[in-house]
Design a protein around this ligand. Structure first.
Ligand code: NSP
Length: 218
């Protein structure tokens, strides 16, 4: 039987293809992305990750398999720690402001994840966080395989998401989500795919908001 993740990825392939074509990603790959846009992204991402970490540990608290609990706790602490280290590098390098408010896209995405955790069944919440792992891994791999410039100011970002340590977490996250999906009804699996798709759209929005230096209209 086809795994839930295989069908879910096919559903979001048009979104993923658009992410690869987004100027934030193409310019990041070329190393030509204006620093101002990357700084905006990194600052918003620090705010995003604070919520993401809390949502991951919330999911851990709802899982029943002890190994899955441990994996999600490790995602929450380990993965986030690695990403925070990465952020520190860029926050220092680019000397960005330390107090900022969430952009509309960041607000939308973090509120969405928190709402899935608070109001939806576990299988939906877990599907909602999967794009945060999977899309970043695919984008990291894609950039590593296609970049042509020897020097890139964003190389550390690229290496983090295209690297083996991150890939291992992503494999585990996909596997756990498939186990949860295998215990779900068809209707529940459809809800999972819906959340996976929505969060994938928000990944696109998040990069787009950084590229546009999005601000509140009011
Ligand atoms: C918005 C966003 N999505 C996903 C990731 C990778 N965990 C991230 N750092 N930021």
């Amino acid at each position: 039987m086809t795994k839930w993740s295989t069908n879910a990825w096919s559903t979001i392939t048009p979104i993923y293809d658009k992410i690869l074509l987004h100027p934030f990603i193409t310019e990041l790959m070329e190393g030509t992305l204006p620093k101002e846009k990357f700084s905006f992204y990194i600052q918003q991402d620090a705010l995003y990750l604070a919520t993401f970490g809390r949502v991951l540990s919330g999911i851990a608290s709802k899982l029943t398999d002890a190994n899955h609990v441990q994996d999600f706790l490790e995602f929450s602490s380990g993965t986030i720690m690695v990403e925070r280290e990465l952020h520190k590098t860029f926050l220092t390098t680019f000397d960005v402001a330390s107090s900022i408010e969430k952009s509309p896209a960041c607000t939308l995405y973090t509120n969405y994840l928190e709402a899935q955790l608070a109001t939806k069944p576990l299988e939906v919440a877990i599907a909602a966080v999967l794009p945060c792992f999977w899309i970043y891994k695919e984008v990291g791999d894609y950039i590593l395989a296609n970049q042509t410039k020897a020097e890139n100011p964003y190389q550390e970002w690229i290496n983090t998401y295209g690297g083996e340590a991150f890939a291992e977490s992503v494999r585990k996250a996909i596997e756990i989500t498939n186990v949860i999906a295998s215990q779900a009804t068809e209707q529940q699996q459809a809800e999972m795919t819906k959340a996976f798709t929505m969060a994938s759209k928000m990944e696109w929005l998040f990069w787009d908001s950084a590229y546009q230096l999005e601000s509140w209209k009011i």
